[in-house]
Design a protein around this ligand. Structure first.
Ligand SMILES: Nc1nc2c(ncn2[C@@H]2O[C@H](COP(=O)(O)OP(=O)(O)OP(=O)(O)O)[C@@H](O)[C@H]2O)c(=O)[nH]1
Ligand SMILES: [Mg+2]
Length: 391
């Protein structure tokens, strides 16, 4: 039989822990296909939570206790708890479960069903059908929780998960082993642990499911969560997303291209110091284009396609191809402009208010030409110059 351990972190939960363990016992008795256990992780709570747990252990044989000498924060408590559960107690699955009666133990069998169906990570969700947050929460708290989670959806461009910040979770050993090494940072010692762990699980391609539950407010004891929690969680996710977006090849390509356009304008001014007459302007123009092409080639090789970096011996031929590709892009733009002027004519389409700028079919075809030219370049770089390495 597979072993599941419900990890319950506690800090000053003397008033709640007995009830929590009793209610877990009730539900454990109904679960037949999993070996169910509890691991309380107490950070030496000054209120003596640990002593009470030791007392309870006499009656509830499934309960283990792990004590951290110092207060280690929620993330610290879960990391030490998971390490103990998976490596010492041979768990196959752990639950994250609050000691303050906020999480409904009756939902545990639903989590197990999802795991039996092949999911690796199950979230107790307040924001899917059947789930809820307490009605008595003030507007402020409701707003932050609901809007915060929807904001995370947009930030992640992922709408499959509804409750990113929930603390009621089931996590398989495989997930823990894959993610754990990246979690030992000061950054994850507190509540950022939850969003960090979930994000990394998602990125590693594990199967995630949600089951609904009705979140109950704590009645006894104090919430340890502070306002920094929301700030830190969102800051963390924004940083991660900016990093992820900057790592996307198309985004790098666009940045290199924009940088190249700026280089071209600056280079034009410099080359005009040498080719200063009207007759030689065409040289200044040509050399400024070539300066930008060289810059684009270098940055593409060092950054955009750094995973497919060219060998020194490949550079001359590749640089030639790169020039041909750029020329192709200019040709595309010219053909589109020429075609538009000759076939449709330069007719006004609309005028921009305040600046009285008239957008005509010529403007539109130029913009379209730039995009189609960029598309061509990106295609050409990928297919002819920085070809995907065969493995
Ligand atoms: N071991 C340990 N447990 C902690 C720590 N901080 C919080 N906890 C426990 O983690 C669980 C969740 O903490 P709460 O303070 O209830 O935070 P919350 O549930 O997110 O917030 P509320 O909605 O206000 O209840 C509880 O069981 C706490 O006792 C900590 O530093 N160490
Ligand atoms: Mg709580």
């Amino acid at each position: 039989m597979q072993k599941a351990i419900v990890i319950v972190p506690t800090y000053n939960e003397k008033g709640n822990i007995a009830k929590t363990i009793e209610s877990l016992d009730v539900i454990f008795k109904k679960i037949k296909n999993w070996d169910m256990n509890v691991l309380v992780v107490d950070d030496s709570s000054p209120d003596g939570t640990a002593d009470l747990v030791r007392d309870l252990q006499k009656k509830f044989k499934f309960a283990e206790l792990l004590i951290n000498k110092k207060k280690s924060g929620l993330g610290g408590a879960y990391l030490s708890g998971m390490n103990h559960a998976f490596n010492k107690l041979n768990a196959d699955l752990v639950f994250e479960f609050d000691a303050d009666l906020s999480h409904d133990p009756k939902k545990i069998p639903d989590f197990l069903t999802k795991v039996d169906q092949g999911y690796d990570f199950v979230l107790g969700s307040r924001y899917i059908e059947g789930g809820s947050i307490p009605e008595n929460w003030g507007f402020h708290r409701k707003f932050l929780s609901v809007v915060g989670n929807r904001f995370i959806n947009f930030l992640m461009l992922d709408f499959s998960i509804r409750d990113w910040t929930t603390g009621f979770r089931a996590i398989k050993k495989e997930v823990y082993l894959a993610v754990e090494k990246e979690m030992h940072s000061e950054l994850f010692s507190g509540y950022t642990f939850q969003i960090g762990f979930l994000h990394k699980t998602l990125r590693k391609g594990f199967k995630i499911a949600e089951v609904p539950f009705e979140f109950k407010d704590r009645v006894i004891g104090n919430s340890k969560i502070g306002p920094e929690y929301i700030k830190n969680t969102l800051l963390y996710l924004m940083k991660v997303r900016i990093k992820e977006i900057l790592e996307m090849r198309v985004v790098k390509f666009a940045i290199v291209g924009a940088f190249g356009a700026a280089i071209q304008l600056i280079a034009l001014q410099l080359w005009r110091m040498i080719f200063s007459s009207e007759q030689t302007f065409v040289f200044a123009n040509f050399f400024s284009i070539e300066t930008a092409v060289i810059s684009n080639f270098i940055w593409s090789n060092l950054w955009t396609f750094k995973d497919r970096k060219l060998k020194t011996s490949q550079i001359p031929l590749s640089f030639l191809t790169f020039n041909l590709s750029s020329a192709g892009s200019i040709l595309i733009q010219t053909v589109i402009a020429y075609g538009t002027a000759n076939l449709i004519g330069l007719n006004p389409v609309f005028s921009v208010p305040f600046i009285n700028y008239v957008v005509d079919t010529g403007t539109i075809s130029s913009v379209a030409g730039i995009f189609i030219g960029m598309f061509w370049n990106f295609f050409a770089y990928n297919t002819f110059i920085w070809k995907k390495k065969k493995n």
